[in-house]
Design a protein around this ligand. Sequence first.
Ligand SMILES: [Ca+2]
Ligand SMILES: [Ca+2]
Ligand SMILES: [Ca+2]
Ligand SMILES: [Ca+2]
Length: 255
Amino acid sequence: MRLLIPLLAMTFGCDWSAATKTLEDTGDGTEERLLTDDDDTTGGDNGGPGGDSGGDNGGPGGDGGPGGDDTGTAPTDRDGDGYSVEDGDCDDDDERVNPGALDDCDGWDEDCDEEVDEDAWQADVYEPNDDWDEAVQLGSLDENPIQSLTGYLHNGADLDRYEMTLDDEDWDFFVVYLTLSNIPDDATYRMTVYKQNGSDWDEFGSVYQTGGTLETYFNDQFLVDDGGTFQLVVSADSEPPCDRTYQLDIVHDEY
Ligand SMILES: [Ca+2]
Ligand SMILES: [Ca+2]
Ligand SMILES: [Ca+2]
Ligand SMILES: [Ca+2]
């Protein structure tokens, strides 16, 4: 594929290509999987989340109920997490579950708001990076022409922005190869490239793919100094699993 690039670069305009596969197949599987355990509220003893969700540090101690069993009046906060059922604790036998808990990526709604794993992004060292001015700074591709990182898309609304700069001169040519791998088979991931234009961002192009590896590149125009600041946005067109990592590789070539 690289042998093709110099020829394409010699042609007019900024080229954008990729192996785009279609299918907008909205991933419903994830959503369903996450909600399966969710409906238990107070009451009975078993059925707590302690189960297998994994990923977390020591789950809440199993069953061994707290002291004083059968008093006539129900204790207001049986698990001692600071919230009673009246306060919105949807599992008063599990101190890990309460309205003040962090709802991380484990398939369980720890904070009782009927939304599952919405705080998963907080475990991502690159977050927050959804807004233009929050982009992860990759610096100069002239100085660091090969970059590789691991990211997460935590839900279908997550955007991961990466910003990079490129120098150019009229007679130089550059090409930037972008590879996004480990896309889940049941999710469609997208890469969109923008170039800064004053206070605006011009879209270079957008490509997407379901599952596997998405490869694309952008390159410069003939006889134009079109270096500058670029942003790459990784996003999902469908709901991805919150704990699935993707790998992003960026390679800058000049000739
Ligand atoms: Ca609780
Ligand atoms: Ca939640
Ligand atoms: Ca959770
Ligand atoms: Ca993000």
